[in-house]
Write a protein that binds this ligand. Structure first.
Ligand SMILES: Cc1cc2nc3c(=O)[nH]c(=O)nc-3n(C[C@H](O)[C@H](O)[C@H](O)COP(=O)(O)OP(=O)(O)OC[C@H]3O[C@@H](n4cnc5c(N)ncnc54)[C@H](O)[C@@H]3O)c2cc1C
Length: 473
């Protein structure tokens, strides 16, 4: 836990934006005894990790299943600080549905990284031995490449240079990377592809494990989080939109609100998405390059398809669907739908640009047909209800050269920080990246007054064998 800094900082910090970045900054600074106000324009916290009420059924549904991995040490740290870490289920076994419908289970052996998943990979029946060798040698080359050498290069080109076949690209590289980075491979910076494999699979025996919330995102990141923040003394104000900042004597002095008196602030952290940042920035040439940078960030959509059936499709808790439109299936268990029992499944399609041309009905029908084909049954489950949600600006795209566009948290104005998954964290658009950005912005508040605090948690340590075999540092 950080030590108190209240004796050295005037202490009124206003954080605009109650997504994970803002929540992380608020948590860390409140624990450091600063006087924190968190403003969120919507009725609930959580930002993009959120739930909706489905009007047709009255059901609370997540905008999309949000999963994290063992390597997400800062998100875990935040959840521990907020006492919500119990809300996650760790999956130590993944289920891949091969193109021919076969279910391949994937779990680690009790071996140190990077060999813990070797047997599971060799068992994947839908890859030939030649493909496995080709893939393994490319992964090794990727891990051994220096990240700074990869930065700026297009990963689709990198794969071609490393002789990866179309089948391998579709059945392995896309399966991992499109889900992890929410982008098509031709729009991915090779350094980010490397990060997924190194941090997620090669560096530590626990890093690949998938963590899935057991409760709705609203309960997790809004209701329980809000209560925890209040207990730490954070003044959480939902349905409170910041409309601008007052800039005086080279400092931000106040945050204007749409519904009340301005808030006086010693420090301000803007934790809003990149496309909402410029409207809040005061006019100062010190912020010109920041505006310029964020205006060039591109985004990618993610679609989730929610399906309720009268009987179970499968007992699997989740499945990775290889080479299909549907990418991940999450079994959300038995629910009550309009007073009747129903079995609820959620299907995620990342980088879902191809669906732009489809009607909702066609997209839902295609997903439902895929699920029926994967899990055939004599008594075909009846689809009781469905819903599709597409978040058009779900994540920023990790396009080649992206790091030059990601701003650091400290702006050109001393007492103004920015936070958000798009800022410079080294992580792609993830909850982990958002939390790190919030922690980094929070660290800057006491640091500028000469009282540095270490808030960001280190990643999982690289296993000795990973360092030795792959040269990881
Ligand atoms: C469909 C979907 C699926 C995803 N799946 C995953 C996943 O499985 N795993 C993962 O790690 N990540 C996932 N992500 C990404 C993850 O949700 C984001 O990276 C993360 O939540 C971003 O947090 P943030 O705080 O940076 O921004 P946001 O969550 O966007 O928060 C910004 C907040 O600022 C508020 N705000 C904006 N303007 C104002 C204003 N003027 N005044 C007050 N408040 C304001 C907004 O309402 C919002 O609540 C997914 C994202 C989407 C959309």
């Amino acid at each position: 836990m950080p030590s108190s800094v209240s004796d050295s900082v005037s202490g009124r910090v206003v954080i605009v934006g109650g997504g994970l970045a803002g929540i992380a900054a608020a948590t860390a600074l409140a624990e450091a005894d600063l006087q924190v106000t968190l403003l969120e324009s919507r009725p609930q916290l959580g930002g993009r990790a959120t739930s909706y009420i489905d009007k047709a059924s009255g059901e609370t549904i997540d905008n999309c299943q949000h999963v994290s991995m063992g390597c997400c040490t800062n998100l875990r740290d935040l959840c521990e600080r907020l006492q919500v870490a119990d809300a996650f289920q760790t999956e130590s076994e993944l289920y891949f549905i091969a193109p021919n419908g076969e279910c391949c289970s994937f779990s680690a052996d009790p071996l140190p990284a990077p060999f813990h998943l070797t047997r599971a990979f060799l068992k994947l029946s839908y890859l030939s031995l030649r493909e496995k060798v080709l893939f393994a040698s490319a992964v090794r080359a990727l891990a051994q490449a220096r990240p700074e050498k990869l930065l700026g290069s297009n990963f689709a080109d990198w794969l071609r240079t490393h002789r990866q076949t179309d089948r391998l690209i579709q059945n392995v590289w896309e399966v991992v990377l499109v889900s992890a980075l929410s982008e098509s491979l031709d729009r991915i910076d090779a350094a980010y592809a490397r990060k997924v494999f190194v941090d997620g699979f090669l560096s530590h025996a626990d890093s690949w494990k998938v963590e899935i919330p057991r409760i709705d995102l609203d309960e997790l990141y809004s209701q329980r989080t809000r209560a925890a923040l209040a207990a730490k003394g954070v003044d959480v104000r939902v349905q409170t939109r910041a409309t601008g900042l007052t800039y005086e004597d080279e400092r931000v002095a106040q945050v204007s609100l749409h519904n009340g008196d301005p808030l006086i602030a010693d420090d301000v952290i803007l934790a809003v998405p990149q496309h909402q940042l410029s409207a809040l920035l005061p006019s100062s040439p010190k912020l010109d390059s920041l505006r310029q940078q964020v205006s060039q960030l591109e985004t990618a959509p993610i679609t989730s398809v929610h399906l309720w059936y009268d009987r179970p499709l499968t007992a699997l808790p989740h499945a990775v669907l290889v080479g299909r439109l549907s990418q991940w299936m999450f079994n959300r268990g038995q629910r009550t739908l309009n007073g009747e029992s129903a079995h609820y499944y959620q299907v995620v399609i990342s980088a879902s640009r191809q669906l732009r041309e489809w009607s909702q009905e066609d997209a839902i029908a295609a997903v439902a047909a895929e699920l029926r084909a994967v899990w055939p049954s004599h008594r075909v489950p009846k689809l009781l209800h469905s819903r599709m949600i597409t978040e058009r600006r779900a994540v920023f795209s990790v396009t080649p050269g992206i790091d030059a566009l990601r701003p650091v948290q400290q702006t050109g104005i001393e007492n103004l920080q920015i936070a958000g998954d798009y800022t410079q964290t080294g992580w792609p658009a993830t909850m982990e990246g958002a939390v790190i950005s919030g922690y980094l912005a929070a660290e800057n508040v006491p640091r500028r007054l000469g009282r540095p605090l270490q808030i960001v948690r280190p990643g999982l340590p690289f296993a000795g064998l990973s360092r030795w075999c792959l040269g990881l540092k």
